[in-house]
Write a protein that binds this ligand. Sequence first.
Ligand SMILES: Cc1cc2nc3c(=O)[nH]c(=O)nc-3n(C[C@H](O)[C@H](O)[C@H](O)COP(=O)(O)OP(=O)(O)OC[C@H]3O[C@@H](n4cnc5c(N)ncnc54)[C@H](O)[C@@H]3O)c2cc1C
Length: 283
Amino acid sequence: MAAFRNSPNVLFETVVTATRRLSPGFVRVTLGDERLRELAPHQLDQRIKIMLPVTGDYPAELRAGQPEQEWRREWRSIPDRERPWLRSYTAYRTRPAAGELDLDFYLHQPHGPASGWAAAARPDDRLLLSGPHVRAGQPGYGVQWEPGPADQVLIAADETAYPAVRGILPSLGPGVRATVLLEAGAAADAATLDDVTGGHSVEVRLRGGDRGGTALTALVGDWLAEHGAAAAGSGTRFYAWVATESSKIAQVRRLFTAADVDPQQVHTQGYWHDRPSRDEAVD
Ligand SMILES: Cc1cc2nc3c(=O)[nH]c(=O)nc-3n(C[C@H](O)[C@H](O)[C@H](O)COP(=O)(O)OP(=O)(O)OC[C@H]3O[C@@H](n4cnc5c(N)ncnc54)[C@H](O)[C@@H]3O)c2cc1C
C-alpha cells in the first residue's frame, strides 16, 4: 500500500451517457460527471483503472473522491465475492470542459468482466474509475509514451492498445515518421483507426486461428529483420512502443535485443492476459 501513498489518483464516480458500436470488436462508452472536469487530461496512452461491480452495485466502502491509497485499502477489505474487478483502460480522450471521457473497449471473446460490462452498457449505468486529479501534480502520470527526440517511431499494438494508438498518433509532429503495426482479429476492427493512421506507414496482420499477440510478435520480428539495423543505428532518433498480450512481451524484447536496438529506446507493455482472471489483470 505504501506504493500508492504519493499516487495522484482518486476515485471518480461516472455514469454512461452514450455507447457506440465502432466495429464488430469495439464499443465506445462515453462517461460523464461534473467531477470528471477534475480528471487530469494527459491523453496519449494515459492509463486509468476502472472497477466493474460484481453484484450489480458497488460496495458502500468505495466512494467518489477517495485517494488511491484509501480506495485500495477499502477494496482489499471487501469479501472476494463482492469485490469489484479492476481493469486498466486508456483515457485517450477526456473532455474536461464537458465533464466527459470516452473509453474504447475491445470485446474479448469470451467476455471477461470489463468486456461483458461494456457490451451491455446502457445510459445511466454507473462506473467507478481511478485516475489522476488535476490538482495532485505529477504531470503525465500514467503515460508511458516517451519518444524523446525520436523522429522515427514504431508503434505496434493488438486491439487492446488501439485506443492508445488513437491517442498517440495525433500528437506526432509533422517531422515524425511513424510505422504502425497492428494485429487484428477482423480487418474492420483495424479500420477503426483509419482516421488517425493517414500519412503513416501501416501494416495489419490478421490473427487467424493463432493466440492473441502471436501475429503481432511475428510482425515486429519481420519489421526488425528488414529495418532493425537502421533503427539500431539511429540511436535516440528511433523509438518503439509495443503493447500486446503479456506472455509475448519477453519474446518481443528479445527481438529488439537481437537487432541491437538500445533497450532504452523501446517501451514494451503487457496489456492483457490470455486467460480468465479474477482480480487485477495487468498494470
Ligand atoms: C495500460 C493499459 C491500458 C489498456 N487500455 C485498454 C483500452 O483502452 N481498451 C481495451 O479494450 N483494453 C485495454 N487494455 C487491456 C485491458 O485491460 C484487458 O484487455 C482487460 O484484461 C480486459 O478485461 P476483461 O475483464 O474484459 O477480460 P479478462 O477477464 O481480463 O480476460 C482476458 C482474457 O481472458 C479471456 N477469458 C475471460 N474469461 C474466460 C473464460 N471463462 N474462459 C476462457 N477465456 C476467458 C478473455 O476472452 C480474454 O482473452 C489496457 C491494458 C493496459 C495495461
